[in-house]
Write a protein of this length. Structure first.
Length: 87
């Protein structure tokens, strides 16, 4: 007798999909208000200080295309801007 296939069993190939789904849910649950111009100004200031930072470049392009940013991304922007202004 053959074992039946278990489609819901957690395997190594499922782990990446689960992470991607969690990231998608987190980024879509953030309200649109976070795409305010203040974050775009902060990102522009960060890019002037660090012009080759790919992370900040990608966040700025996401904001300009109308995508919402997750809370982690927003806190990274705020932390970077606070470090920049404190220095």
């Amino acid at each position: 007798m053959r074992k039946q296939y278990e489609p819901n069993r957690w395997t190594r190939s499922w782990s990446g999909r689960g992470t991607a789904m969690i990231n998608k849910i987190e980024s879509s649950s953030v309200p649109k208000i976070v795409s305010a111009p203040s974050f775009e100004k902060r990102l522009s200031a960060l890019l002037k200080a660090q012009p080759y930072n790919k992370f900040y470049k990608s966040l700025l392009s996401q904001l300009r295309r109308g995508f919402t940013l997750s809370q982690k991304q927003l806190s990274a922007i705020a932390d970077g801007y606070n470090k920049l202004t404190a220095a």
